[in-house]
Design a protein around this ligand. Sequence first.
Ligand SMILES: [Zn+2]
Length: 222
Amino acid sequence: MQRGLYFLYRRQRDPRTVNASRTQPDRLAQVMQGIHQRGWCDGTGGNFSVVQQRYPLRLLMAPSGVDKGEVQADQLIVVDGDGKVVNGEGKASAEAALHLRIVEANNAGAVLHTHSVPGTVLSHHYEDQGGVALEGWEMLKGLRGINTHATSINIPVISNSQSMQELGDAIAPFLPSAPNGFLVAGHGLYSWGETLDESKRHLEILEFLLKVKLTQIQIGDQ
Ligand SMILES: [Zn+2]
């Protein structure tokens, strides 16, 4: 094999290069399927977006009402800064407006929104307190900027509404200090990061910590 061809062959077989060369729609579809498999967006629940372009803002996301475990990369839509579909077939989810608020306020590169059992139960349980406090867990270190277990975070909880304007206004004051996520009572978790991969990591960490909290309540370890 010629030397140049050999390196090309090696490059194609290297899993890191394969990962890097995956297109953004492929990667988002793959992430959504993984989240669906974990039971965090049953039915057609949840919504997931990634910033395709910042100026002017373009968000790549699944159309409204589709099964996130089965959606394919070529079924994704692109919405503009007003939540209007500018590419692809289907309607934008009403929740796109909230994704846009988070992207704009926190300069997020992706927003992942789940309807898990712990997120649903705990957001309802702590609605009156306005937040879920988590302290002392090793897994907190998975959140950007945290490098010790000896710390605490408070995931804000806002009341549910079918008005995205109302939800956006309610969470706006908490977005600058939120630990890369917040809860909507009786509904679920919104999480974000600078990139899709970081958003996925933050989502997994927050879902893990919520499951820990729920388990603590269930076994009376409070
Ligand atoms: Zn939702």
